[in-house]
Design a protein around this ligand. Sequence first.
Ligand SMILES: *[C@@H]1O[C@H](CO)[C@@H](O)[C@H](O)[C@H]1NC(C)=O
Ligand SMILES: *[C@@H]1O[C@H](CO)[C@@H](O)[C@H](O)[C@H]1NC(C)=O
Ligand SMILES: *[C@@H]1O[C@H](CO)[C@@H](O)[C@H](O)[C@H]1NC(C)=O
Ligand SMILES: *[C@@H]1O[C@H](CO)[C@@H](O)[C@H](O)[C@H]1NC(C)=O
Ligand SMILES: *[C@@H]1O[C@H](CO)[C@@H](O)[C@H](O)[C@H]1NC(C)=O
Ligand SMILES: [Zn+2]
Length: 947
Amino acid sequence: MPNKSSMSKAFAAAFAVLTISIISGIITLTILYKSEINILNPTPPPTFSPTTTAPPPDSRLPTNLVPESYEIFLQPWFHTRIIEMVNVTSPNQTMLFTGNSTVHFHCTQAARSIYLHSMDLTLSNPWVMNQDTNEQIGVSDLEQQEDVNDFLKVNLEEDLMAGGNYSLFLAFEGEVSASLEGLYECVYIEGYPKDEDDENALRFLVATNMEPTHARMLFPCFDEPAMKAEFHLTIIHRRTTSALGNTAILVSNIIDDEWKYTQFYPTPRMSTYLFAFAVSEFTSIPSSHERVEIKTYARPEATEKGHTKYAAHIAGSTLTFFEKLFEIDYTLGKLDQIALPDLASLAMENWGLITYVEGSLLFEEGVSSLLHKEDIAIIVAHELAHQWFGNLVTIKWWSDLWLKEGFATYFSFPAVDYVEPTFKMKDVFMMETLHFAFEADALTSSHPLSSRPEDVQTIDDIRQMYDSITYNKGASVLRMLADFVGENVFNNGIKMYLKAFQGITADQNDFWEYIQKADPSSAISIAKLMDPWVNQIGYPVITINTTSGEIYQKHFLFNNTAESSLWWQIPIRFMSNTSDTSMVLLDVRGPVKKEEFISKSGEWILVNVNSTGYYRVNYNPENWERLLTQLERDPQRIPPINRGQLIDDVFNLARAKLVNVTLALNFTRFLSKERAYLPWDSAVKNLEYFVIMFDRCEVYGPMQTYLQNQVKGLYNFYRNETDNSSVPHDHASQHNQITAIDVACSNGLPECIEMAKSKFSNWMRSNSTNNIHPNLRSMIYCHAVAAGGKEEWEFAWDKYQSSRDTSEREYLQYAMSCTKKIWLLNRYLKYTLDSEKIRFRDVASTISFIAMNAAGQALAWNFIRAHWGTLSRGDESTMIMAVTNRFSTQFELEELERFASDHKVSSVKQAIEQTQVNIEWVRENKDIVLRWFEQETKKSNGFSSSD
Ligand SMILES: *[C@@H]1O[C@H](CO)[C@@H](O)[C@H](O)[C@H]1NC(C)=O
Ligand SMILES: *[C@@H]1O[C@H](CO)[C@@H](O)[C@H](O)[C@H]1NC(C)=O
Ligand SMILES: *[C@@H]1O[C@H](CO)[C@@H](O)[C@H](O)[C@H]1NC(C)=O
Ligand SMILES: *[C@@H]1O[C@H](CO)[C@@H](O)[C@H](O)[C@H]1NC(C)=O
Ligand SMILES: *[C@@H]1O[C@H](CO)[C@@H](O)[C@H](O)[C@H]1NC(C)=O
Ligand SMILES: [Zn+2]
């Protein structure tokens, strides 16, 4: 899981640590853009030949040397605190690390040189031994090829012989990295600093992050996932610190006044990317598990305040769940989780030492929204699932990354459902995953789940694998397979697969084989069925005519003029209002007639029951009409997942111009009576585009009236709880309560705005005690500031500056961007230039929040242009996306093009494309949409008293 900007953030977006859907929207867009741009400028695939001992022509190591084990000594020289200040520009601190390593390997084919990986290390004292004869082999020179592929070539004076066993010793030194790769430093504040420059409060620690290719920055190694070995690690560290590694401590002793050493048990055979250690002053609390010693580490202050309690609480039962499900015990005797102030991804599954960013592991009781527990539970489950999928059974090469990420994503849902049944989140997580995948995979620039190994060669190629497709499509396709073969067969196949490949590597064909074995009676070839789902881009839309029973499929693309001849074998689960679900396999492109899909006596037919299939569905107009009628009369007859999926399908079909936009809007009518979360969530997400396209023009009035009418029932459904600052029991309902408040207040429902204002002014009056439930704070602060003026805004600003709670600061940071007062928005924008007021890392998000406000969008655009020199150091693409996402006129397009030619900003290219799409969409739809909303509001004026 590499750096933040790349796409392990699919995961971030899906389970956004942020509760505000708009923010995750921006993140998704950014991600889409990032994964897309790479495909627009593909690097030509390097030529690949099966590797031998010859100097490698590509980025893969030759396979003639097979590592067996490493003995590693490492000494990081840093101080955890700055003891003596020499002067301000040069505090007493060093980021040097030194060490040495001996790698033992077996030779399968004679060679005169050793190829392995090394990067940014100063190497010395090379030594090669023949272990069979105990004779030394002379080293003629070391050749470092860092510019090409990070190869270290050790040239020898005599040949290594096939069948021989050898070892290579190297001493090295390097710099602890500041860029979150390899061995990197984290800085945090302990206690109460006098001010931001108070050096006495600064604390340092070092930790590692190796996936995918950073182990080579720490010690010379065969840095490929299939080149597994045992690691014997000894760390020499300051006496005041403690060291954690993959395995338990074998011995730890004091060396002298300054230093001690800690030696760890050897690891199981594992990949270099899973190697980990950390040296810090952190403290821990234990979890309960019958066999494994589980500890959760964090800053002493966070531990003391109990912020690790929740993560520790769920870790034991999650591990037990997987042990029972897979019928293989977790391999090691210990498992540490550590909350780091900084990490390149949300978490990393290092065997026995899982690292998390603080936000993914810490829960502040009474301040964090209860919903934040979902993020923690799902991330912990994802990383624990990796202890089997990835750590125990490893991918052969990064081109099959989905095989570990798809599984970890898929299995995290049942795990959370087991550990936290009251969350009732399984279906919600599934839907989010599915929709993220659908979004990314409907572009012509998408890519197949599985790549050919020869197409994934460079480090850039590897990084690009970490995207929404890998995580979300991977999990969705597995879910479809599980539904098709049945969960029992699927789980049995999984168990056999894990048993067969534990300790070694596997690819997708191995997996299909074991699913096949789990159901010997089946006549269907799993490998053949799954082939197009993993090896082709995209997914199908099937079109069904329930009058004739005719059905056909085509590749679903937003660009309806793009040509594609792709097709899939599709497992179709369907039902009607008179029959329960059944399954057929569509194994032709069609059109073909299927008796099953003929509607008898005017009944509706619903296809893709529970959305287990990775495809969209279109019907003949008559069936759409019947489904609509059903939804308006008695929605319960249709499963809640499908009520959400119907909305998502019909809006996306409209986007691809396969149905009229009015049909999509018709599918929001039943919401006035809907109380379930999935349909609401789906509608709100799909209507967001309508809101940003039209909230600056005459469509907005009738649209607001309509949405206000639709949400009134839902708002009142939760009104008692909201008014009492309490929340419903299960998490899906808690989400829906927030949706109700957001939609109601944004569309001007008076009772909602009154509620927000009064709760906020109570807080202002009582000052110190905040009686607003943490779940509701983000929404209530925002809408109270939006309805208020200077006083509310300045109160929020004071609280923002004085608060030490991360979550509270996030709610307030967002809330201040909600004001409608231009001068306050301008002031807030100016504050972003002053690092005393707004920290650098919050600048991009603050500007983005302001830009997402219709009142702030133009201000933010001017501001960005005026200060681009300063601002472009931040997260450029997030800001550009946020500030341009309403652009839908020729004038705005020209402004954007001028900006692009003045500043060479790559993210602008995508924004220009999106603006063109918006212009086109508004031109085609504005009048139709306006008329539709006007009609609906007239209708409801006529009937509203009876509703
Ligand atoms: C701070 O220390 C560094 C190195 O010790 C030295 O080069 C520099 O001149 C010092 N600066 C001041 C302002 O004393
Ligand atoms: C840095 O701190 C150490 C004590 O930890 C001390 O021995 C050393 O002299 C200090 N170095 C400087 C340049 O102050
Ligand atoms: C490797 O480093 C350790 C720790 O510094 C040291 O004790 C050991 O002698 C070194 N090994 C060799 C062969 O130099
Ligand atoms: C849609 O696809 C067609 C045909 O491939 C292509 O010419 C056109 O540029 C695409 N449109 C967009 C907006 O990408
Ligand atoms: C569905 O099939 C009927 C009967 O063959 C035909 O009359 C109708 O036009 C078809 N509808 C669509 C939308 O293709
Ligand atoms: Zn993962």
